[in-house]
Design a protein around this ligand. Structure first.
Ligand code: FE
Ligand code: CA
Length: 525
């Protein structure tokens, strides 16, 4: 988005040295001469201290009820910029979301404190009426490594207050902390892990996919009525995202931290392979759009043939996140998919791909240019070799050996490569070795937030480290990984939810691992 510096609260911005808010809505953008001072008594709405006058057209919007039912979110932090998200939906589980026509802009307020007395910037941003009344407001002009409060306002309504944090400057040698999580099938459990993450002191939450499942169940908790058995169209996918966002613990985690997200298969359909798969184009387009409508991402909305999700997010001198899309461009599964013979002939086909040629080329360039101490590859499926009894998981990188070789070659220039992985719903820590057997990277696999562990993995997990020497740890659990990253090392601590069927479950530290700078392979702390 552009930084056109349109301002509607001129007096306020004039008092906020060096801070502006980018805005590209094409609105009138003129300063209102009557609103040169801010004060609670001037507020047209029921909001708290620090409120400022809205432009008359936004203040005049009449809505049937609170449009902020899905909360707010932030993501893809940069040193001076972050994406702020909301989606206007007075009736979030009803097709269309219950918004009246004609609402195409919204106000954003950013402050240094939750009461908005330290208001540093305001702006007017577009509401995407073609895409679920979602808002992706790219706010510019912020200070690095700084925590901000933000909210949206329209009519008489103010959104809940979110907190976000800008990235440290690229050369700042400061410790950073991230959460790593994935796989939150709604009916499989309570979002206790999100409550735990929300309370943690973090720079960002890194989400590795399976935010929704196209088909859900009620193993642990009931789904709201009226949803599809399986999501196949835009309303069906939106229903799943709205269901998740109505959960207070998930929303609290979005309100607490910026997120950096990618997707896995279930945002579309189980084990889907994008262009090469059997999911009809119209269904993929609906799934991609619903994902984008609900994620705080700094990428343009999806066009089915050109959607680019992969990107990099730099968090200071110590951490660069390379966010991959391992689904959209991958070749069809080899040898019929699922568990296949490791000797199966399809696997030798060097043209088969996981990332697709353009994303592979991008990765080569990013890795060659990266000067971060740690390069974390945020992606969905397991990279470490896991051949057991001559069988492998055709959906993981093992199922695409030539693509896996190119992946590791691409990352050869980086100082420390760490794969952050989801998908299999269990904890796994592995040395990633190349075809010559040299350990070239580390892999940390998060257990699921809630999603059940398939019986295959439940039975196999304890056996994995015995059968595969490069697998250092594997365990059935639920939760997330806390990663503390600095110049000396990377410390990963599994946070474990004792019982996802108990909404008040305890969350405790599980096993912890460290990776030393310059030495790939995580070891028990
Ligand atoms: Fe999953
Ligand atoms: Ca998956």
């Amino acid at each position: 988005m552009s930084l056109s510096r349109r301002r509607f609260l001129g007096g306020l911005l004039a008092g906020a040295a060096g801070t502006v808010v980018g805005c590209d809505d094409g609105g009138d953008g003129t300063a209102d001469p009557t609103t040169t001072t801010a004060g609670p008594e001037a507020a047209p709405s029921t909001t708290v201290a620090g409120s400022t006058d809205l432009p008359p057209d936004l203040a005049a919007v009449v809505l049937p009820s609170d449009p902020f039912t899905l909360g707010v979110a932030s993501g893809d932090p940069e040193p001076t910029s972050v994406v702020l998200w909301t989606r206007l939906a007075p009736q979030p589980l009803v097709p269309g979301g219950g918004m009246p026509e004609g609402v195409d802009a919204i106000a954003v307020e950013v402050a240094t404190d939750d009461t908005f007395t330290g208001l540093v910037a305001t702006g007017r941003f577009p509401v995407d009426t073609e895409r679920g009344h979602s808002v992706h407001a790219v706010v510019e002009g912020l200070e690095p490594a700084t925590t901000y409060a933000y909210r949206f306002r329209i009519g008489t309504y103010a959104s809940p207050v979110g907190r976000t944090r800008t990235a440290p400057a690229a050369d700042a040698d400061v410790p950073v902390a991230i959460a790593v999580a994935s796989c939150q099938r709604y009916g499989d459990g309570w979002y206790v892990a999100h409550r735990d993450m929300a309370a943690a002191d973090l720079d960002a939450v890194v989400w590795l996919g399976d935010y929704i499942y196209e088909g859900d169940d009620e193993l642990v908790r009931p789904l709201p009525p009226g949803g599809p058995t399986e999501s196949e169209d835009l309303d069906g996918y939106r229903f799943r995202y709205a269901t998740a966002r109505l959960d207070p613990d998930l929303t609290a985690n979005h309100h607490a931290h910026p997120w950096v997200v990618t997707w896995d298969d279930h945002e579309v359909r189980n084990n889907h392979t994008g262009e090469a798969g059997s999911v009809p184009v119209a269904r993929r387009a609906a799934a991609y759009q619903a994902w984008w409508e609900h994620m705080p991402v700094r990428v343009p909305p999806p066009e089915i043939t050109t959607f680019r999700l992969h990107r990099s997010v730099r968090l200071g001198a110590n951490l660069e996140l390379l966010v991959l899309d391992t689904r959209q461009h991958r070749s069809a599964p080899g040898c019929g998919g699922n568990l296949v013979e490791a000797t199966c002939a399809d696997l030798d086909d060097g043209t088969r791909t996981v990332l697709g040629p353009q994303q592979e080329e991008w990765l080569v360039g990013e890795a060659a240019a990266s000067d971060a101490r740690w390069t974390a590859v945020a992606q969905s499926v397991v990279v470490a070799r896991a051949v057991v009894l001559d069988q492998l998981n055709a959906d993981a990188w093992d199922g695409y050996p030539a693509a896996r070789r190119r992946l590791l070659e691409a990352l050869a220039p980086v100082r420390n490569a760490v794969f952050l992985t989801g998908d299999i719903h269990v904890q796994l820590v592995a040395d990633v070795d190349d075809d010559g057997g040299a350990v070239v990277a580390s892999e940390l696999v998060t257990a699921s937030t809630t999603s059940i562990v398939a019986p295959l993995y439940r039975d196999l997990v304890g056996f994995l480290p015995l059968a595969v020497p490069t697998i250092r740890h594997a365990a059935v659990a639920h939760g997330w990984i806390r990663c503390d990253v600095d110049a000396d090392g990377w410390r990963a601590t599994y946070r474990e939810v004792a019982d996802v069927a108990d909404p008040a479950s305890a969350v405790t530290d599980g096993p912890a691992f460290v990776i030393a700078d310059g030495t790939p392979g995580a070891r028990r702390a």
